[in-house]
Design a protein around this ligand. Structure first.
Ligand code: SF4
Length: 315
């Protein structure tokens, strides 16, 4: 492991001045970054520990809820506001990792997890456009069972890892960030990127910016929502395919609004508004859901080992 400098920030201003120095990275729970450093995938010269920055509240905000970036995943999953009003988010958090990891992982850090790919996490493979832009992609001709089927590019087919972020996409959360140019808000749909020709860049957060909070808009039918995760074993495993779904029904039992986001299928949480619109005005019955499911996977491009994901996602 490359030697690195460690500093601790106790305010957002401290944290921003720390990250402004070259080759610096923020350290939250460290549940992904420390693994990547041990494996030699990430080699920062300086870690700025932000776990003491007081961004640890979950509180009502603008009709919805504001979640501080340093709130631990386990605390967020069990918070009464989240359990009662945004069921899908609580369920997604509890489906992720293990209790020990959820006790460490922060909300901001969860947003910044690197994408999943065996070859990315193993530097003995030279060919990886995410680690070495222009070097090629070992996964496309290699073993690609866990990889993406939607939104891929000839440069990268890695898959987004987070359960929490899939729920946040369905809830249309907004990520609040601060940097040297001030504050800005990034809608969840724009926070993570598709690989395109720059797979080395996972998010639209700039190097000198810090996530301060995640805002959940008011969503009265957020309590009528569910997160379903299909994986190889029932604990401590990434999603093969997952779905965060919420339905609003009118007094006649017709669908007034629907939200669907999928995990395990793309380089970012996968949401297709056209699929949701197909449900509006319909009864919640099989033919409506089949039409929406077909739209969700339209254009899927499976590889040699992951064709099963197309049918799994439809179901
Ligand atoms: Fe690297 Fe992406 Fe190819 Fe995996 S899929 S080897 S992360 S370029």
């Amino acid at each position: 492991m490359r030697p690195f400098e460690y500093t601790r920030a106790t305010t957002v201003a401290d944290a921003l001045s720390g990250i402004a120095q070259s080759e610096s990275k923020f350290l939250g729970g460290g549940t992904n970054l420390v693994d990547l450093m041990r494996m030699g995938v990430e080699e920062p010269a300086r870690l700025v520990d932000i776990t003491r920055v007081p961004l640890t509240t979950v509180e009502p905000h603008g009709g919805g809820v504001r979640i501080g970036a340093m709130v631990r995943n386990s605390d967020l999953a069990e918070h009464p506001l989240i359990r009662q009003q945004y069921t899908v988010l609580s369920e997604a958090l509890l489906a992720g990792a293990s209790p020990q990891l959820r006790n460490m992982a922060t909300t901001g850090g969860n947003l910044m997890q690197r994408t999943r790919c065996y070859y990315f996490y193993d530097p003995s493979y030279r060919e990886c456009n995410k680690r070495h832009p222009g070097s090629g992609c070992a996964a496309i001709p290699g073993y690609n069972r866990i990889h993406a089927i939607l939104g891929t590019s000839p440069q990268c087919i890695a898959v987004h890892p987070s359960d929490m972020c899939v729920a946040l996409a369905a809830l249309e959360a907004v990520v609040q960030v601060r940097g040297p140019r001030g504050e800005r808000a990034i809608p969840m749909a724009d926070f993570h990127r598709l690989p395109g020709t720059t797979p080395q860049i996972d998010t639209n957060l700039r190097q000198d910016e810090m996530i301060t909070a995640i805002d959940l808009p008011a969503l009265p039918f957020g309590r009528r929502s569910h997160y379903l995760k299909v994986r190889d074993r029932n604990s401590y495993a990434f999603a093969l395919v997952s779905v965060a779904a919420a339905l609003d029904l009118d007094s006649g039992g017709m669908i007034r609004e629907a939200r669907i986001a999928m995990g395990g299928v793309a380089h970012k949480p996968w949401r297709v508004p056209a699929a949701e619109r197909l449900l509006v005005g319909r009864k919640p019955e099989e033919s409506a859901f089949v039409a929406a499911a077909n739209e969700l996977v339209r254009g899927a491009q499976p590889r040699r080992h992951n064709a099963f994901k197309v049918e799994l996602a439809r179901r």
